[in-house]
Design a protein around this ligand. Structure first.
Ligand SMILES: Cc1cc2nc3c(=O)[nH]c(=O)nc-3n(C[C@H](O)[C@H](O)[C@H](O)COP(=O)(O)O)c2cc1C
Length: 189
């Protein structure tokens, strides 16, 4: 069996809480992003982009998430607010994949959004292939309009994923997968 197939048959995400330093180097991140951008993309629209955060930006965004959380849940416990504040700093590296469809292009938006999903999965694989672990998260703030405004997303853009990357501090147990018999069928007229 090829290494690639073996990886696809055994891969697991590592939860953000179990991602620790060291983070990938900038050179490694560049390779990962290059691999992530190499996805099927109908009519070469590149309907996605990456948003990166430096240390100060990640800290600031955590504060914004915490502030938004308190606006939504004013009676929230302090510990929960601190969980929210750590959203962009718990893993050593977070990269946002932004779905940025071209509405004027002759390619359905659905296809362009799927391509952004492929970017996310490629980035997870590329992190793994570089010796790191990753988790593809969205969480509530990926759908919070005021937060997306702070992130600078345009009106037609969405967060495809916040890809959390770091060194695995734990090996996750396996996870049940769907039985093929439940998800595969032959078409019949
Ligand atoms: C678009 C998308 C968003 C996700 N968002 C979350 C999330 O917000 N929180 C979460 O616990 N898991 C989320 N997940 C699930 C994890 O990425 C991952 O599937 C899960 O941890 C199991 O990992 P594995 O099957 O890759 O091992 C999301 C998955 C996808 C595809």
């Amino acid at each position: 069996m090829s290494e690639l197939l073996d990886h696809l048959l055994t891969r697991r995400s590592v939860q953000a809480a179990f991602l620790e330093a060291p983070a990938p180097s900038e050179a490694e991140v560049e390779v990962m992003l290059t691999a992530a951008a190499r996805v099927p993309d109908h009519k070469k629209l590149a309907p996605w982009r990456f948003l990166r955060f430096d240390a100060a930006g990640a800290k600031r965004l955590g504060d914004v998430v915490a502030e938004r959380w308190l606006e939504i849940e004013p009676r929230s416990k302090d510990e929960r607010v601190e969980v929210e504040r750590a959203r962009f700093t718990r893993a050593p590296l977070v990269i946002a994949v932004v779905s940025s469809p071209n509405l004027a292009a002759p390619v359905p938006v659905w296809e362009q959004v799927l391509s952004a999903g492929a970017v996310c999965m490629n980035l997870v694989h590329a992190a793994h292939g570089s010796g790191f672990a990753a988790q593809w998260l969205t969480e509530w703030y990926a759908f919070d309009a005021p937060f997306l405004k702070v992130l600078g997303l345009g009106p037609d853009e969405q967060i495809a994923g916040f890809i959390h990357i770091g060194t695995a501090a734990a090996t996750p147990a396996d996870r049940d997968r769907p039985n093929l018999s439940d998800i595969v069928s032959y078409w019949q007229e």
